[in-house]
Design a protein around this ligand. Sequence first.
Ligand code: GDP
Length: 297
Amino acid sequence: YKMFENLSGRLQGVIKNLRGQARLTEDNIADALREVRMALLEADVALPVVKDFIAQVKERAQGREVLQSLTPGQAVIQVVHEELTKLMGTDNAALNLAAVPPAIILMAGLQGSGKTTTSAKLARLLKAQKKKVLLTSADIYRPAAIEQLRTLAKSLDVDFFESDISQKPETIATNVLDHAKRHFYDVVIFDTAGRLGIDEAMMAEIKALHTLLNPIETLFVVDAMQGQDAINTARAFGETLPLTGVVLTKLDGDARGGAALSVRHITGKPIKFIGVSEKVDGLEPFHPERMASRILG
Ligand code: GDP
């Protein structure tokens, strides 16, 4: 991804240096880690995340596993790879739909983060898995948002539960639950309103929806292009809602990729999917190890 080009280039430089060393001194390691630290900060990775990461790598790089290795440079690279993977979450965290049907997926995030697009992308994935999926929107503040989801649902041939701006979000939630139960839907994807910034009314509304819907998944959708702002938003949502996972969108963008590396550490929640294009097929399960391999080249 374009987002990681700079970071990748920098880290690959460090790796090349390390690989070339037959012997590693503490100074070599310190130099390499300084470079890694700079590269991460320049990529806009949050400072506390960088600090923890470097401390972790340093401790292991000074340990026996590296010092007694026949190829210490390679061993340090291995440590960086493992720690980078761990930073993003170790394993792929799958969507959890183990609920008495309908399993509810509640979508949360700021306006423009990609909630509506991601709702449609998820519906497409689940439909391919033969699930009976129902999409609905409680974005009563933007009629265009409801229309956007209706259009996407139609193009995917997924059912859409009608709502309109005269209704309260809570009413839409109660109605869709009732409808989904009566018509034996497996999954309901519930898109919500997003504001431009975090405000109390928005948080109170989504909290109330969460209580009403009792979703098995509460996904926080965040635009990776937002950089440090993405992290602040993630923290605020994580403190208000019991999030079960994160969807990181617009990884195909050309902003610096730091948010992608920080969001797991900051929220403590797994990144379940990444958005990699505007199109409805542009959603991929997130694999931390594969991402680390891509970044380190
Ligand atoms: P919402 O306000 O959170 O519902 O956001 P939308 O779903 O309307 O998305 C906002 C904009 O971001 C739209 O133009 C989408 O096409 C675009 N978008 C969403 N996800 C992605 C993605 O993964 N990659 C790219 N390039 N664009 C995306």
